[in-house]
Design a protein around this ligand. Structure first.
Ligand code: SF4
Length: 341
């Protein structure tokens, strides 16, 4: 984009669409107070804006609008086969925010949603009620930051703090919050809980700068993890997704060594490892959105509806990176999405 083009775009959240039912919710007032100059537009249902036809994900991504909504049903979903359960039998995820402020080129959200605008469900208390019901039946493992980066919204929403407090009262619950955010200050005044895992995705420096647009650098992420580690948070490192590049061995060797030179391995609860994979249906959409992206246009192998690098390369990448990590962390703490493909 050249300079003159940049003036054509509104800043982030210049317009905020609000479902009528969400207007009176206290979280709505809190969110709006952060954007006093935005234009507020009442709507009947979030889908009237989010699911319109003929939207351009790429253009919207440059100046996304906010949509505040009330979630009525389906507060939790069963974990998808492309995601890792970490050995938990009752694995769920929940979606409080749809879409992300970051713009990773490989992100499945651009294949899943018709719009890059950001939907925030304001009725967090209803999610808690649903999870309490599930907990009456069995222990629950719940991922709360899959379809967004919830920590990156903490200044606006404060949801992470509320999830932490909720986790503290629910011993049968284990929560994972996955993030690339490096704003350690948002965690400063919150209370860590043993059953609340902060999981950072780590990527080689050159992959981050080329493909994970607007995300904090590797150095910033490591510094953030180091800081929150000393506050007693439970930590997971995610070398997931592994992204293929010609020099992938050198890149991942550097990444793993640098990570464990910065972070004491004995303070890490566990590690997640997995190659890039995505549903075939999402990939088709993603390819339309990003026709010039090397990473999206790679000739992935379609393995029963899930696209990945193919057996030989996937297994070589997993095996190589696992051996690197094993030098620092016991193998029993390394969780792999499909050890062999
Ligand atoms: S941080 Fe995660 S959710 Fe956000 S754009 Fe990147 S891959 Fe997608």
């Amino acid at each position: 984009m050249n300079n003159s083009d940049s003036y054509l775009f509104n800043p982030f959240f210049s317009h905020i669409y609000i479902e009528q039912e969400a207007l009176k919710h206290p979280n709505t007032a809190k969110i709006l107070s952060r954007y006093p100059n935005a234009e507020y537009i009442p709507i009947k249902h979030y889908k009237d804006v989010f699911c319109r036809g003929h939207q351009s994900y790429g253009l919207q991504k440059q100046s996304p609008k906010l949509i505040l909504a009330i979630k009525k049903t389906s507060f939790v979903y069963e974990g998808a086969p492309v995601c890792q359960s970490f050995g938990n039998q009752h694995f769920y995820y929940t979606s409080l925010v749809m879409n992300c402020i970051y713009d990773c080129e490989y992100c499945y959200l651009q294949g899943m949603y018709p719009s890059a605008n950001i939907v925030i469900y304001v009725n967090l208390e209803d999610y808690f009620k649903e999870i309490v019901k599930l907990l009456e039946a069995y222990p629950v493992y719940l991922c709360i930051s899959y379809d967004t980066d919830l920590l990156a919204f903490e200044n606006i929403l404060g949801y992470v703090g509320q999830w932490l407090a909720f986790a503290g009262k629910q011993p049968g619950l284990t929560i994972e919050l996955r993030t690339k955010c490096a704003a350690s200050q948002v965690l400063d005044n919150l209370m860590p809980q043993d059953n609340f895992i902060l999981a950072w995705t780590l990527t080689p420096e050159t992959i981050q700068s080329k493909y994970e647009h607007h995300t904090p650098s590797l150095q910033e992420r490591l510094a953030c993890i180091n800081k929150v580690m000393n506050k007693g948070y439970t930590l997971r490192l995610c070398f997931d997704p592994l992204i293929y590049q010609e020099d992938w061995q050198t890149l991942y060797n550097e990444l793993v060594r640098r990570t464990f030179l910065t972070l004491p391995a004995d303070k890490i609860r566990d590690v997640s490892l997995g190659v890039f994979r995505v549903s075939h249906d999402y990939l088709k959409q993603m390819r339309k959105q990003r026709p010039d992206s090397v990473i999206i246009q790679y000739p992935y192998e379609n393995d029963h509806g899930i696209c990945h690098y193919g057996r030989t390369l996937s297994n070589a990448m997993i095996s190589y990176v696992r051996n690197l990590i094993k030098e620092y962390i016991s193998e029993s703490k390394i969780y792999i999405w499909k050890e062999t493909i």
